[in-house]
Design a protein around this ligand. Structure first.
Ligand code: ADP
Length: 397
């Protein structure tokens, strides 16, 4: 069955058409600047050239229409007609406490996703627009919602409650939800497979180090803790997000800079992380690494702080699980930046974890990075959220 995987943002739409039998990506692409002037679609068929076409997309419906046109196009298309799409898998960011796994979309599911909008005001409404547009243009095609938060729903209360009055959890559902769940699920499963073991027999820490960054503790197959919280702002230092800080900084900075709370949160989301810490060099680790290599001390400190924070989280999850068997690195930085992996691993000697510097030179391929006598296995496991969404979609339809 061909599964169309859709990841809708407020002004963008990413897609992949995946053949679920061979698990091959038949085509992929991106619609950008939806609702803004200058919208364009970039489409790449399997084994073919990437093409970018400018085309007006006032709403996501036009974007989905264009995706279908590209997929069925005589020249750059990969299927004869719409009837060759068996199902659509939608990435949905926030499922609140309502969804502990993926579900087939119906009216009740849409209503329940709407009820989570409050928790992800930037993401969920965009995800819903994508769902509605696909329903309009592909009537009768089964659709599945795969939630970023679902995998983390197994966390125990002691891990997901904040140390604030309990009534705020009861009234507003303020708690840790966690994100990147599809990736943490996929990578922890794959890590066990690579080692020829069952995930249910292992204590795994997954380090999803991308532009957005999160860590999770997967104890015998279940997520027991994760670093992102009510929103993706909590936890590690990220590309542009601050991660953990003293909450009193919000009012302090607001007073000093003449901002309101939302203004400070905006700084913490968009101008902080390695971008801010490096004194504005970049949110991209390639640039920050290059600056550090050429003698920029502030950039070097930003990377030090980043790796130190990752190592502290690994330590706290090893403590929380009373041990760890496997630490897996994934996402843009985790898969490609051997220096960051080496910096993080340099803190892990107390766990008996040792990285093999030769093996660690690899990029983007499933690899065991640890030395033969390392007590904890260090792995590089490229994530594949689209494939995970396609698999969930097929499983449910
Ligand atoms: P997201 O999906 O959160 O946007 P990704 O997982 O794609 O993020 O990661 C993107 C980040 O990965 C880039 O911002 C960059 O910092 C980092 N990255 C990608 N390639 C490399 C590389 N070769 N070396 C170091 N960092 C890299």
């Amino acid at each position: 069955m061909n599964v169309l995987v859709i990841n809708c943002g407020s002004s963008s739409l990413k897609y992949q058409l995946i053949d679920s039998e061979s698990e091959k990506v038949l085509a992929k692409g991106l619609c950008e600047r939806i609702g803004i002037e200058g919208s364009c679609i970039t489409h790449t068929p399997e084994g073919g050239e990437k093409t970018t076409t400018e085309s007006p997309m006032p709403t996501h419906t036009e974007a989905v229409k264009l995706v279908i046109e590209k997929l069925t196009d005589e020249k750059v298309g990969v299927i004869g007609s719409l009837s060759e799409i068996g199902a659509v898998g939608h990435r949905v960011v926030h499922g609140g406490e309502k969804f502990a796994e993926a579900v087939v979309i119906d009216d009740a599911v849409i209503k329940a996703i709407e009820e989570c909008n409050d928790l992800a005001p930037l993401h969920n409404p965009a995800n819903l627009i994508g769902i509605h547009s696909c329903q309009e243009l592909m009537p009768g095609v089964p659709m599945v919602a795969v939630f970023d938060t679902a995998f983390h729903q197994t966390m125990p209360k002691k891990a997901y409650l904040y140390g604030i009055p309990y009534e705020y959890y009861e009234k507003y559902k303020i708690r840790r939800y966690g994100f990147h769940g599809t990736s943490h699920d996929y990578v922890s499963k794959r890590a066990a497979e690579i080692l020829g073991k069952k995930r249910e027999d292992l204590k795994i820490i997954v380090c999803h180090l991308g532009n957005g960054t999160s860590i999770s503790a997967v104890d015998h197959g279940k997520c027991v803790d994760t670093s992102m919280g009510l929103t993706p702002l909590e936890g590690l230092i990220m590309g542009t997000r601050s991660g953990d800080l003293d909450p009193a900084i919000v009012s302090f900075l607001a007073a000093k800079e003449g901002l309101d709370a939302a203004g400070v949160i905006d700084v913490l989301n968009k101008k902080s992380g390695v971008l801010g810490l490096s004194g504005g060099v970049s949110s991209d680790f390639r640039d920050v690494g290059a600056a550090a290599d050429s003698g920029n001390d502030v950039a070097a400190t930003a990377l030090d702080a980043y790796a130190y924070r990752v190592a502290k989280y690994i330590g706290s999850y090893a403590a929380g699980m009373n041990g760890v068997d496997v630490i897996a690195f994934t996402a843009g930085v985790g898969e490609n930046d051997f220096k960051v992996r080496a910096m993080v691993s340099s803190y892990l000697g107390y766990l008996g974890a040792a990285i093999d510097d030769e093996k660690n030179k690899i990029r983007g391929e499933e690899t065991e990075l640890s030395t033969a006598d390392s007590r904890v296995k260090l792995l590089l496991v490229p994530t594949n959220e689209e494939l995970a969404i396609a698999r969930e979609t097929v499983r449910l339809v």
